[in-house]
Write a protein that binds this ligand. Structure first.
Ligand code: 6PG
Length: 468
């Protein structure tokens, strides 16, 4: 592959690591940072023997790049992206390429694509997953926007992406904000995966009284089966890590139980509302983080309505039931995320390939997992399926786990252990497989108080009744 010269703006940890990754694949990288000292430090630490060139101004950066220029922006999502674009524009020419590799909101990317195509700039909004390590060694890349820009940069992107057994984890996702949209859903699914794992851990530890050492073994065992994934693997590691501040026991036990969030999970939930595609497991995971945060309020509630903190359910074979509940819940959460992508793609005319989406998540990203091979295969065989959980590939997997799954959720409810994501997945599935939901009563109520009309099951048309 012919080497290229690319520009990179923003030398935070992700930007610096991505620059090093690109250079390590044989390309020259011209780096710029708003604070020049950061750029100089980067050069001091990494330039020796490598093809980096430091730029002190954006004008200098533009002058250093061959035509068409290709510049990757690794700055914080939101106004900083527009600020850099506006500052760069006077030095760019039609045909030049800008790539936003941050966690931008897909609607911002849509707007930027439209605005910049009017100026002849080819714009790519590219989801980048895998954290710092992924950026350096091979992330999963989700580029969307200008096809021309993608085709031009494809050799570079393929060279820096994670390599899975199914090929490099990058593909053109679709026009406009398609790339950032699937990155957002990736993060929503990431929230759900993490919450489901946390619930399984809580059930096993508080509910079934497993000691951390045994828990670590359980997660390691799980990591060699259907649940094999990065997040299960790191959970096993976390369950083996002793405190690093000199206290006795697990570090995990000293970590404050208030979960943070930067917002991409919340965006997925908002999008699910906008596109009217339910994602209850993802939403439950977002809510669970928010619920964890008012620790003081939770302590107050505990004092008012005390609950057993140590719960023993008894000793029947439990870990495999929890594993089954976790796996079935996971299938439902992916079904929701992919249904959201499918609907958005249809409404926005993005033409997103769901099998390819699962394929490029196979390696490099935070939700990487063996399971994604099955998701990809399911969508290759049934690309138009309305629901992943109902495909031939997965319906049997769900059916054989319903009993264990239900038992685990019921046991959790009885014990007062919150399992919002597992319960949301189970309720999602139960709603799907209920032949007659009480939505008829909702329709009757709507018609009663608002003359909203209803449809009947035995004849065509819209009906209104004078109820009183
Ligand atoms: C990734 C991650 C990455 C980051 C998110 C989640 O794919 O590499 O998703 O983008 O971890 O920002 O962050 P929060 O949990 O803080 O929302």
């Amino acid at each position: 592959m012919a080497d290229r010269t690319v520009g990179l703006v923003g030398l935070g940890v992700m930007g610096a690591n991505l620059a090093r990754n690109i250079e390590s694949r044989g390309h020259e990288v011209c780096v710029y940072n708003r604070t020049t000292e950061t750029m100089r430090r980067f050069l001091r630490e990494h330039a020796e023997g490598h093809r980096f060139r430091g730029m002190e101004t954006l004008e200098e950066l533009a002058a250093a790049l061959p035509s068409p220029r290709a510049i990757i922006l690794m700055v914080n999502a939101g106004p900083p992206v527009d600020a850099v674009i506006d500052a760069l524009l006077p030095f760019l020419s039609p045909g030049d390429i800008l790539v936003d590799g941050g966690n931008s909101n897909y609607q911002d990317t849509e707007a930027r694509c439209a605005r910049l195509s009017g100026k002849g700039i080819e714009y790519l909004g590219m989801g980048v997953s895998g954290g710092e390590e992924g950026a350096l060694r091979g992330p999963s890349l989700m580029p969307g926007g200008s096809r021309q820009a993608y085709d031009h940069l494809e050799p570079v992107l393929r060279s820096i992406a994670a390599e899975a057994d199914t090929g490099p984890c990058v593909a053109y996702v679709g026009p406009g904000g398609a790339g950032h949209f699937i990155k957002m859903v990736h993060n929503g699914i990431e929230y759900a995966d993490m919450q489901l794992i946390a619930e399984a851990y809580d059930m096993l530890r508080r509910g079934y009284g497993l000691e951390p050492q045994r828990l670590a073994e359980v997660f390691s065992e799980w990591n060699s089966g259907e649940l094999e994934s990065y997040l299960i693997e790191i959970t096993a590691d976390i369950l083996r890590t002793e405190d690093d501040q000199g206290r006795e026991g697990l570090l995990l036990d000293y970590i404050l139980d208030e979960a943070g969030q930067k917002g991409t999970g919340r965006w997925t939930t908002k999008a699910s509302m906008d596109f009217a595609v339910p994602t209850p497991t993802i939403t439950a995971a977002v809510d669970a983080r928010a619920l964890s945060s008012p620790k003081e309020l939770r302590t107050h509630a505990f004092n008012l309505l005390p609950y057993r903190d140590e719960i023993e359910f008894g000793s029947h074979e439990t870990t495999s039931q929890v594993r089954e509940a976790l796996y079935a819940s996971k299938i439902c959460s992916y079904a929701q995320g992919f249904a959201l992508i499918a609907k958005a793609s249809e409404e926005m005319n993005w033409g997103i390939d769901l099998a390819e989406t699962a394929r490029i998540w196979k390696s490099g990203c935070i939700i990487r997992a063996r399971f994604l091979d099955d998701v990809s295969a399911a969508y290759r065989i049934e690309p138009k399926t309305p629901n992943l959980a109902l495909t031939d590939r997965f319906v049997g997997e769900i059916a054989s786990r319903i009993d264990s799954w239900t038992e685990v959720v019921v046991a959790a409810m009885r014990a007062g252990i919150p399992v919002p994501a597992m319960a949301a997945s189970l309720t999602y599935l139960n709603s799907l497989r209920t032949r007659r939901l009480p939505a008829n009563l909702i329709q009757a109520q709507r018609d009663y108080f608002g003359a909203h009309t209803y449809k009947r099951i035995d004849r065509e048309g819209d009906f209104h009744t004078q109820w009183y």
